[in-house]
Structure formats: C-alpha cells, structure tokens
Design a protein around this ligand. Structure first.
Ligand code: PHE
Length: 381
C-alpha cells in the first residue's frame, strides 16, 4: 500500500498536467467571432428566434467538421428588439467591442438598412438572410443577401391576384414606416395596373397599431376584389380578424412578412383560404428540405419557417466563403462571398449576382386550416 501511493499520486499529477496542457493548446487556437443581430424580442420576435436557430444548426455542422482551418466559429448574438436604431447600435458594438469578422442579420429590411452602413463603413461583410427590399444591398459592396428581392415578389403577387384569383380591383394596406412594406406596395401596384387592374384605395398603418377598423371600413366601402397587405405577422393576424368582423369580402394577399409560427394563432381562422408568397415550403419533397425540417423539429419541437431555413443558408454561404478566403480580413471575405456560385442551399441554389443579391425560387402558399399549402411555384426570374 505504502509503495503504491506515491505512484498513484504521480499518475494523478501526470493526468492533471496533461489536461492543463490540452487546455492550453485548445486556447492557443482562438475562435473566430461572427456577429448576429436580430429581433429576439418585440412584435416580430419569431423572426430573430427562427433565424438564430437556423444559424446555430449551421455553426454546429461547421464546428463538428473541424471549423475553418482548424478554428471554431463562435456566434455573438445581439437582440435589437425589432428597432432600427437598436440594430445600428448593436452592430456597432459587435464590431468595436467584440471584434467580429463578419455579420449575419437582419430579417426586416428597415433593420438591415440601419445596420448596413455601419458594416460597410467598418469593412465588415454582412449577409442578410431574409431582407428583400432592394435598397439593402445597394448600401455598398460589403452587403449581401441570400434571398430574392421585392420587385420580383411584388410582381408575383400582382400576377397571382390578376391571373389566378381573377381580381380586377385591389386595395393596399401599407405599414408606412417599414421600408419593406412601402417598397412592396409600389412594386405590386405597378404590376397590377400594368396588367389592367385598378387600385381602388390605399390605406396605411404603423407597426404596433392594434386597431385597423377605420382603414378597413374605408376599404370595405370600395368593395375591392383583393386586399394586399405587405406587412408582418402580428399586425396581419389582427387585420385578418378585424376584416372578418367587418365582413370584408376581399381576398387577403400578402408576402413573406406574414410567415411566422404565430401567424395562424393570432389570426384565429380569419385568414382561411388566403395567400402569401414565401421563400420555401415545409412540404417540399426535396431531400435537403426534408432533412432540415426533420432535424429542426427534433431540436426545437416546431416546424421551421422561412427565416429558420434562410438563417441556415446565410450562415453556410458565409462559412463557405470564409473557408475559400485567403484570410479573414473583411475585404478577403467580401470577395469570397461575391464569388459564391451554385451553392446548394436548402432554399435553392445560391449564386450571388453583381448586385450582391441571390436569384431564388418563390412559392405562393394558401392558408388551409393549420397548414400552408403550395399553390404555385415560381422559378427564379
Ligand atoms: N422580407 C422581409 C423584409 O425584408 C423579412 C422577412 C423575410 C419576413 C422572411 C418573414 C420571412 O422585411
């Protein structure tokens, strides 16, 4: 016994030193910090939460496969509470205090537009997973997106209204402080009128409003065939309910901003049979979609919305570019993102064009009970 004790002690000391040694070598390879900002709280909280979940899945894949040249990626996440000013503030913080080498965010175009000039000015590449307003990537050569843009989305909804729904008159209800909403309203109008339709009336609201009865009463008086609402799910759900209460006969139409696991819960059946355009469909038989949907459901107990999938795709496009870039300097990552070609995303094949946008497929979804059913698939423009 007495002779074994020092040997055990020596063994313990050996393992202790070995463990410390390992710790040291791991620390010697610093992580790569990437920033992410989104609305984790506020009236569009599902946008930020879904995106973050998708991004986390991409980070998990990347780090499990060895990271980028042996270095792991760590996301530094900031909540902008759904406010453009806050998006600018947290982007500034992520760059100046956290030293991130690249940025992922935001979903809402107005928030991306507030943060993009900061990333551009600092030479930090930013990829927005889901902001569709064309102005976002016009900010400068460091700003990219992996989704389609609203001139296309507005055109598709107008054509769907005119050709498939058979509408000849339309009303538009716009969120006037939201760049996405204002842009889509005009893209829709342009195409609908070009096709021979008439805009019966235009009404407006601002995010956070809860009573839309005055606008809906004015719209009801014009008896339009369709009511186009380029807004976000919280207000859209309430508008749907109040439109039903007021007995509006117009069919409601919308865009990707409607997409949220909370939409149908807020709308309480009032959107039944109505349509909106989106980036992907949960029922797509494509194996990449099936695999993603299953993994997401297992992880989070929920069906992924478009932002979850676009978050995953945006992060993967960024990591792929970081692997190809000769260094992690902003300009090197920027050039590598710009060269992205035929990248296999879950939402479709991603090629970054000369305007730093992606040309992607689109779907028109119809609300049927608890499901969103694909009624039309549109190939990239
Ligand atoms: N496209 C919207 C915007 O630009 C954001 C969004 C994307 C919302 C996808 C829902 C789903 O503001």
């Amino acid at each position: 016994m007495r002779s074994r004790f020092p040997r055990l002690l020596a063994l313990a000391a050996f393992w202790l030193l070995a463990a410390v040694g390992c710790q040291k070598t791991q620390d010697a390879v610093p992580v790569i910090k990437v920033g992410e900002f989104g609305s984790l709280t506020g009236s569009t909280a599902t946008f930020g939460i879904s995106t973050q979940r998708g991004i986390d899945m991409a980070v998990e894949d990347l780090n499990a496969a060895g990271g980028i040249r042996g270095r792991k990626v760590q996301m530094i996440v900031e909540d902008d509470q759904g406010k453009p000013e806050e998006a600018a503030t947290v982007a500034q913080k992520l760059i100046n205090q956290n030293g991130v080498v690249a940025m992922l965010g935001e979903v809402a175009s107005s928030r991306s537009l507030a943060a993009a000039p900061i990333c551009q000015g600092a030479g930090i590449p930013m990829i927005t997973p889901a902001s569709t307003n064309p102005k976002v990537t016009e900010v400068g050569d460091y700003i990219f997106r992996v989704c389609f843009i609203d001139p296309d989305q507005g055109r598709v909804v107008a054509q769907f209204a005119f050709n498939t729904v058979g509408a000849r008159t339309a009303a538009i209800l716009t969120d006037v402080k939201n760049d996405y909403s204002v842009g889509l309203a005009s893209f829709f109008e342009e195409r609908f009128v070009q096709l021979g339709g008439t805009i019966a009336t235009k009404e407006s609201y601002t995010e956070g409003d809860i009573d839309f009865k005055a606008q809906l009463t004015a719209i009801r008086a014009k008896k339009p065939d369709v009511l186009f609402i380029p807004g976000y799910y919280t207000e859209v759900g309430l508008i749907g309910r109040q439109a039903q209460e007021l007995g509006l006969t117009a069919k409601l139409l919308g865009c990707d901003g409607w997409d949220s696991p909370k939409l149908l819960e807020i709308a309480q059946g009032s959107l039944e049979g109505f349509y909106f355009t989106n980036h992907y469909s949960v029922s797509d038989p494509n194996p990449a979609v099936r695999q993603f949907v299953e993994r997401y459901r297992e992880l989070y107990g929920e069906t992924p919305d478009a932002m979850a999938v676009l978050g995953y795709d945006a992060a993967n496009v960024l990591f792929d570019a970081m692997k190809r870039a000769p260094s992690l300097q902003g300009a090197a990552i920027r050039d590598a993102i710009a060269q992205t070609k035929d990248f296999p995303g879950v939402t479709g094949t991603i090629t970054i064009n000369e305007r730093r946008d992606a040309e992607k497929p689109m779907v028109v979804l119809q609300v049927r009970g608890d499901s969103l059913v694909v009624v039309e698939k549109i190939a990239p423009a």
